[in-house]
Design a protein around this ligand. Structure first.
Ligand code: FES
Length: 205
């Protein structure tokens, strides 16, 4: 089941699936909503719901206070639609953003190399090329209930269908420990992306 999500002041209406967050629906439609932690903790993604009902998901009570819920606010990274929605968001136009829609990609790990004692280079051949801007990142899904982790793309946007990730091990970090100690060439992986706005600001030259 899906609903209609209208994003103001853009006036754009997109589809949002049941259980899909507002942020995910927007990014996959190529619409950038401000966000940071994506876990309901930082409030960067707070938007006003001007029509419709949402489920607040894992929004923390300090990032979204009770009175804000009463005012119709929600955290786009956690909130899911319970009806058609209209939201008001603060959207900053970025002249350098290509607004590439986020998508899921299946891929195969082709190579893993130790670049330094603490950094592994991981090369992933994607089933189809992913367009991205230099400086963007992807979410890499890890097996065994580890969830996904965000890693910057180290390869150039021109590298056809293969992305390189440089992954530093985080002491005690389950995700990076998996990559360093257990990930193998030939492993099937899934990534989503591209995410982020930390790209070259050509307009500032
Ligand atoms: S991005 Fe941090 S609370 Fe949504």
């Amino acid at each position: 089941m899906s609903y209609e999500l209208t994003i103001e002041p853009l006036g754009q209406t997109i589809e949002i699936e049941e259980g899909q967050t507002i942020l995910d629906a927007a990014l996959r439609a190529g619409i950038y909503l401000p966000h940071a932690c994506c876990h309901g903790l930082c409030a960067t993604c707070k938007v006003q719901v001007s029509d419709g009902e949402v489920e607040h998901g894992e929004a923390s009570s300090f990032a979204l206070m009770d009175f804000e819920r009463d005012e119709g606010k929600c955290l786009a990274c956690c909130a899911t639609a319970q009806s058609d929605l209209v939201i008001e968001a603060e959207i900053e136009e970025d002249p350098d953003a290509e607004n590439l829609p986020v998508r899921d990609f299946d891929g195969t790990v082709t190579r893993i190399e130790s670049l330094t004692p603490t950094i592994k280079g991981v090369w992933i051949k994607l089933d189809e090329p992913m367009r991205f801007q230099a400086g963007q990142y992807v979410n890499l899904e890890l097996p065994g209930g580890l969830g996904s982790r965000a890693f910057s793309i180290a390869s150039a946007p021109s590298s056809d269908g293969e992305v390189e990730l440089n992954i530093r091990i985080v002491p005690g970090g389950q995700g990076t420990t998996y990559v360093h100690e257990r990930m193998q060439a030939g492993e099937k992986v899934r990534i989503s992306g591209p995410y982020g706005r930390f790209f070259v600001k050509k307009s500032a030259r």
